[in-house]
Design a protein around this ligand. Structure first.
Ligand SMILES: Cc1cc2nc3c(=O)[nH]c(=O)nc-3n(C[C@H](O)[C@H](O)[C@H](O)COP(=O)(O)OP(=O)(O)OC[C@H]3O[C@@H](n4cnc5c(N)ncnc54)[C@H](O)[C@@H]3O)c2cc1C
Ligand code: SF4
Ligand code: SF4
Length: 408
């Protein structure tokens, strides 16, 4: 079977293959929404990737793919909102927030806000698509459709591993929610527009530094903690405190853990797929609501990851619908909210600030090294490129050398 579709004239397979070959695939799984020929699996290097089975070519599928796949394009120009920030994008309102149920706040990644909103959706009869540990292989992550408050609670917590959540988004209606990484939220929004169903789930996303390889999770569990994959009963990356620990529980009930700095700082954060390094959408511009860590800052203004405390989230409402959903959740005593000035996020999210302001250089450097890049519109990348010209030049050279394999 042809891997890329080149020798078969299969334009859909060819288009998907091109995205994967150029390392522009985010692993979101939206192509599996478009064609039943797509199966999402883990690649040898530990990322979620599509495999397209041979079949009759459909130009309609190819056309839809070109509009939906975040490895081809991400377009935020149509979003209308009263405010805008150069790093955090367009927004209706910004809040510090936490779940009012202490169990949800404790189990959540930062403060359980997404879980609390998902519980509100399922309580009123909707469904929420999210991600959770695989029941068969708890070290791996799978998409899930949540229909009860208990299921939503059990899926709380970030999983720093590949999962194609968008592949589950078919058939969601106005009363449902989709929870996913920014690239997944943008793909689901574009898919709903293409499908023209007039049904749009509430899109809940979170700040995203990138998806690490599954091999990084295996290195932590098998290597650093010395627990074989077959022996794992439960594996979590965050939660049960803030930021919470990377914890593995064996089938015998023994628990071993690593701090956030040891897990994310030393291993997971160093194993990100390439597409994440040229992602201008780390704060979920196409979601209705996007949630991040409202980290404590030290005396130099940098976030502190070394303390365990009660979680606090930052919530950005991108759309009027998202703004109203957050206000309603607060009125229903599901979450506590306190209005924030968006400038307060700048010192506590230095990675997002740095990445967005040097994105022009990274994208140009990648393209100059001969690799096709996705089309990003509505992220203000060009303006920031001129504004921070020196830093973009350095970022461009770095990306160029990395693509050519001359730098780690
Ligand atoms: C890969 C990744 C990178 C992140 N990078 C940052 C960052 O740079 N800065 C920052 O402030 N925050 C980052 N976060 C988000 C942060 O960890 C919290 O998830 C966010 O603050 C929401 O917290 P919460 O307590 O409201 O979420 P919770 O109530 O714990 O809910 C989290 C929800 O996310 C879903 N989920 C978990 N993992 C995944 C996944 N891999 N893919 C899709 N859905 C998933 C779960 O189903 C759950 O419903 C990242 C999260 C992930 C998964
Ligand atoms: S980015 Fe998403 S839609 Fe595009 S090829 Fe990869 S998994 Fe499929
Ligand atoms: S960094 Fe961007 S491309 Fe990578 S997983 Fe997050 S949202 Fe998707």
């Amino acid at each position: 079977m042809s891997a890329s579709g080149k020798d078969t004239g299969d334009t859909f397979k060819l288009a998907v293959g091109k995205v994967v070959d150029n390392q522009n695939c985010t692993g979101c799984g939206a192509c599996a929404l478009i064609s039943s020929r797509v199966v999402m699996t883990l690649s040898a290097d530990g990322y979620s990737r599509p495999t397209v089975a041979q079949g009759p070519d459909s130009k309609a599928e190819t056309k839809q793919f070109q509009k939906v796949c975040p490895g081809v394009r991400v377009d935020a120009r149509d979003l209308r909102a009263p405010h805008s920030h150069e790093t955090f994008g367009k927004y209706w309102s910004v809040w510090e927030a936490w779940a009012l149920d202490p169990a949800v706040r404790h189990k959540g990644s930062s403060a359980g806000v997404i879980t609390a909103l998902a519980q509100g959706i399922v309580t009123s009869g909707g469904r929420a698509v999210g991600a959770t540990a695989s029941a068969e292989q708890p070290s791996q992550t799978v998409p899930i459709t949540l229909t009860t408050k208990e299921e939503a609670l059990s899926a709380a917590g970030s999983r720093y591993a590949p999962v194609a959540t968008a592949s589950r988004a078919k058939g969601l209606t106005n009363q449902d929610a989709f929870i996913g990484k920014p690239c997944e939220a943008s793909a689901v929004r574009a898919y709903q527009l293409q499908a023209d169903t007039r049904e749009e789930p509430l899109l809940l996303s979170f700040f995203c530094a990138g998806t690490p390889s599954q091999l990084a999770t295996d290195e932590l569990a098998n290597g650093r903690l010395g627990i074989a994959s077959d022996d794992i009963e439960r594996l979590q990356y965050r939660g049960n405190g803030w930021p919470g620990e990377f914890e593995v529980v064996t089938r015998d009930g023994e628990s071993r853990s690593l701090s956030y700095q040891e897990s994310w700082g030393q291993v997971l954060g160093k194993a990100l797929q390439w597409r994440c390094k040229i992602c201008p959408d780390g704060t979920g511009q196409l979601a209705d609501v996007t949630v991040g860590d409202f980290w404590e800052a030290d005396s130099n203004g940098y976030p502190r990851f070394d303390t365990e405390s009660v979680g606090r989230s930052v919530v950005i409402c991108r759309t009027k619908r998202g703004h109203e959903a957050v206000l309603r959740a607060a009125q229903d005593s599901v979450i506590q909210i306190r209005e924030l000035d968006i400038e307060q996020l700048v010192p506590v999210q230095p990675l997002q600030v740095d990445r967005r302001s040097t994105m022009a250089g990274r994208i140009i450097g990648t393209a100059a090294a001969g690799r096709a890049v996705p089309r990003f519109r509505g992220f203000g990348v060009v303006g920031l490129g001129f504004k921070y010209a020196d830093r973009n030049l350095r970022a461009g050279v770095g990306a160029y050398l990395r693509v050519l394999g001359r730098r780690a």
